[in-house]
Design a protein around this ligand. Structure first.
Ligand code: PEP
Length: 250
């Protein structure tokens, strides 16, 4: 049984004060929610404060990125151990904005996924095609490459600790959501690949999130599809009441 997971990716929004005010507003709105894992991914400076405020609640914390090295001369970077120490249990890895603006590749994503697992963090590995790739009919080829390279060398025994997020780049921050059918088609394809990689039983346990202009109005339709196990939410996660309405999709 895959427990749905809804994660809010705040990107580079919210000061520490704004982050803590958000959490104080969100917690009472979602305290009664059961059967859904709720995760917030604040910017690095707010990881510790958000983790402290959510400790013992039904809200978990993720970093939006991390380096693959445990320590070293990497000015400006944050290690998996530091993310864990700040109180996060998850790490978003390979978000399309990281790939687009910070030169992340399938190989660096793979190193980060392995490092996250080694540190006891749950990686949320993002992948998805661009608009031109979709229009050229290359969606499946692109996501297959991203999935296979991103998960290379990771054994089936780690499968239940890996989360995949399908985020078509053309749907991120654009207001243009993939239709539930379009998303389901790719999710089913990804689960088929996971089955080739790790076997059918392991593949059935992996949560595959959808991301791309998710909002209260479309979450229920998306979640109604067989292989959509949750959502990675950007813009609509910045307001506590809106995010709470997404979390309470059922
Ligand atoms: C994201 O940042 O992962 C995302 C899906 O953004 P948005 O919901 O704003 O499209």
């Amino acid at each position: 049984m895959r427990i749905p997971l809804i994660a809010g990716n705040w990107k580079m929004y919210k000061t520490m004060g704004e982050a803590t005010a958000f959490v104080k507003e969100l917690l009472p709105l979602v305290s009664g929610v059961t059967g859904v894992e709720i995760v917030l991914a604040p910017p690095f400076p707010s990881l510790g404060p958000v983790a402290a405020l959510t400790a013992g609640t039904n809200v978990g914390v993720a970093s939006q990125n991390m380096h693959f090295a445990e320590e070293g001369a990497y000015t400006g970077e944050v290690s998996p151990g530091m993310v864990k120490d700040a109180g996060a249990a998850y790490a978003i890895i390979g978000h399309s904005e990281r790939r687009q603006y910070f030169a992340e590749t399938d190989d660096s994503v793979n190193r980060k996924v392995k490092a996250a697992l080694a540190s006891g963090l749950v990686p949320v590995m993002c992948l998805g095609e661009t608009l031109s790739e979709r229009e050229e009919g290359r969606t499946f080829e692109v996501v297959e490459r991203q999935l296979r390279t991103g998960l290379a060398g990771i054994p089936a025994s780690d499968s239940s600790r890996v989360i995949v997020a399908y985020e078509p780049v053309w749907a991120i921050g654009t207001g243009r959501t993939a239709t539930p059918a379009q998303a389901q088609e790719v999710h089913a394809f990804l689960r088929g690949l996971l089955s080739e990689l790790w076997g059918a039983t392991a593949a059935r346990s992996v949560r595959i999130l959808y991301g791309g202009s998710v909002k209260p109005e479309n979450i229920a339709d998306l979640m109604g599809r067989n292989d959509i196990d949750g959502a990675l939410v950007g813009g609509a996660s910045l307001k506590a009441d809106v995010f709470a309405n997404i979390v309470k999709f059922q």
